[in-house]
Design a protein around this ligand. Structure first.
Ligand code: C2E
Ligand code: MG
Ligand code: MG
Length: 545
């Protein structure tokens, strides 16, 4: 590059020189012509004729012609001098501009290479740079018989945080996570952002897996203090998967994939962090191939709706059935909603999915009603669907088509669903209230809604999250939380359902606390409509006739 610049500089300088010299030549020529004309005129004036003798005589005797004879030399010298100066000035300018350009190019090149290898939000190295560093670390470790560890970390429920507080605040959290993670590592190590809420830490030199576990603990510790966003104190948890060279793999792809598998396992098991082992392979994510299959399954109405009874505790009567979707997958068997609902939410498939469940559940309810059962159904509705302005009308259309009173349909929404866009949620909820569709706040106690806000919502029911209910007979804190939610709900004039009721002792504890409705494996697991009716007829849980 330098050579070509020098070459073009030379060409330009000589070109400029040649142009300038050309004008000097013109000057000399004009001077010669002037000398000739002046000599001829002098010869003619003095001798009245123009001959060689008269010309020679004029040149010999006329002082003015002598002066004139010097002109070509003066022009030549002056022209050459000026042209050289111009050429060198231009040359110098070109040199300046070229070095400026060169400096700018270097800055741009550096910027482009930084952008290509760094994440724009957090300025951490991105996946490309991490892979590069991991590859280098593996080559060095192979030579020196060292160990390398890679940790992959994914934030838990980050999508909900993002939906609830908006992408702007989600980005702030990601930046803060990046800063906190950087504080947990040595200079030698690297933190990278792999994309979304996934980060990685590379430890290029460790003595064994224990070192990586220590770093994973430090990372968890760093996330412990609440994040303060928009006046809220948010707890952000993460799941970390660890893979170590050479125990868990010899090459980059295997190590990355195994750290990811360990991370999924840690998430599923709520373990915080896990090191890879063969037993964890069952957790490897199938979600990528599932995406297109889910679209097809919805289009071909292959999804199933199971129903789980909700029982009035006082009368032990089944009053309501919660519709819960299932996907009978040809390879993976019957998939529970947790394995595909988050994906459906991300891809927008949640709308046709919810429509399918609502359509199926209302059709089934119409059939039960025809058979003389006095039942209601509830369906789960995610933020993306609830906030769709067309949603209330879709429901009204379905209710009319199956001739079902709107009061027999309840929608379960989570606290976070409402917080995504409070104003719009409030409008939709009001509209649903006007048409008399009932509303329940699902998984209550796990979200971030404020009590003051809850008071304004047109809801009918609070459903206590199963994580508090399931252990309330062993865990005093859980029992206190359940008690408080029941009291609070009743104060606000709401019905209270407890989900996750697995034992008689919990049911009687809930009864004593005045809880209205129970749902859980003690009564029945979610079942297909046909099986559920057989079971309910057989056992003592009375169906409302
Ligand atoms: P959810 O609405 O909180 O549903 C209750 C979940 O708790 C169900 O899991 C149910 O099987 C489970 N459960 C009920 N009783 C017990 C119990 O006694 N012990 C235990 N351990 N678990 C119990 P499921 O069916 O896997 O559904 C999980 C979640 O998937 C649901 O949580 C709901 O948020 C979502 N979901 C299910 N169907 C739909 C749907 O059609 N649309 C949307 N948007 N979400 C759905
Ligand atoms: Mg529910
Ligand atoms: Mg729930």
């Amino acid at each position: 590059m330098l050579n070509s610049a020098a070459q073009s500089l030379n060409t330009t300088t000589s070109l400029l020189k040649s142009r300038a010299s050309k004008y000097a030549v013109y000057g000399v020529m004009i001077a010669f012509i002037c000398i000739i004309i002046a000599t001829l005129m002098v010869a003619h004036l003095e001798d009245r004729t123009i001959t060689l003798d008269s010309i020679m005589k004029a040149q010999k005797n006329n002082f003015a012609l002598w002066v004139l004879d010097f002109m070509p030399f003066i022009f030549a010298l002056w022209g050459q001098y000026v042209s050289s100066i111009i050429a060198f000035q231009a040359g110098a300018e070109i040199i300046d501009q070229t070095s400026d350009l060169r400096a700018q190019t270097a800055v741009l090149e550096e910027k482009a290479s930084h952008e290509a290898t760094h994440d724009s939000l957090t300025d951490l190295p991105n996946r490309i740079l991490l892979h590069d560093r991991l590859q280098q670390a593996l080559s060095a470790a192979q030579r020196q018989k060292d160990k390398v560890a890679i940790l992959i970390m994914d934030l838990d429920h980050f999508k909900e945080i993002n939906d609830t507080l908006g992408h702007f605040n989600g980005d702030i959290i990601l930046k803060q996570v990046a800063t906190r993670l950087q504080g947990t590592i040595r200079d030698l190590d690297s933190v990278a952002r792999l994309g979304g809420d996934e980060f990685a830490v590379l430890l290029p030199k460790v003595y064994g897996g224990q070192d990586a576990v220590m770093v994973a603990k430090k990372m968890q510790q760093a996330l412990k203090p609440s994040f303060q966003i928009s006046g809220l104190n948010l707890d952000v948890n993460a799941s970390i998967g660890i893979a170590v060279f050479p125990e868990h793999g010899n090459d980059l792809d295997t190590l990355m994939q195994r750290a990811e598998v360990a991370m999924y396992a840690a998430k599923k098991e709520k373990a915080g962090y896990l090191s890879y082992s063969r037993q964890l392979d069952q957790y490897s994510p199938k979600r990528l191939t599932l995406m297109s299959e889910l679209r097809q399954a919805i289009e071909q109405r292959q999804l199933l709706v199971y129903y789980q009874p909700k029982v009035e505790i006082k009368s032990r009567k089944v009053v309501e059935l919660e519709a819960l979707v299932r996907w009978p997958h040809p390879e993976h068997g019957l998939l529970p909603p947790d394995e595909f609902i988050p994906m459906a939410e991300r891809t927008g498939l949640i709308k046709p999915l919810t429509f399918l469940v609502a359509d199926e559940a209302l059709k089934q309810l119409a059939a039960w009603t025809r058979d003389g059962h006095d039942l209601k159904v509830t369906i789960n509705v995610s933020a993306r669907v609830l906030l769709d302005p067309g949603f209330p009308d879709t429901l009204i259309g379905l209710l009319a088509a199956y001739r079902i009173e709107p009061g027999r349909l309840m929608l379960e929404i989570t606290e976070t669903t409402i917080m995504v866009d409070q104003e719009r949620a409030m409008e939709v909820l009001q509209r649903l209230k006007e048409v008399k569709v009932r509303l329940s706040i699902d998984d209550f106690g796990t979200g971030y809604s404020s009590l003051a806000y809850l008071k304004q919502l047109p809801v009918h029911e609070l459903k206590i999250d199963k994580s508090f209910v399931m252990n309330m007979d062993h865990n005093h804190d859980d029992a206190v939380i359940v008690k408080i939610i029941i009291e609070l709900g009743h104060q606000l004039g709401l019905e209270i359902t407890a989900e996750g009721v697995e034992s008689e002792s919990i049911l009687s504890q809930l009864d004593a606390l005045g809880c209205d409705i129970a749902q859980g494996y003690l009564i029945s697991k979610p079942l297909p409509a046909g099986e559920l009716m057989v079971l309910l007829d057989k056992y003592s849980w009375e169906i409302n006739h």
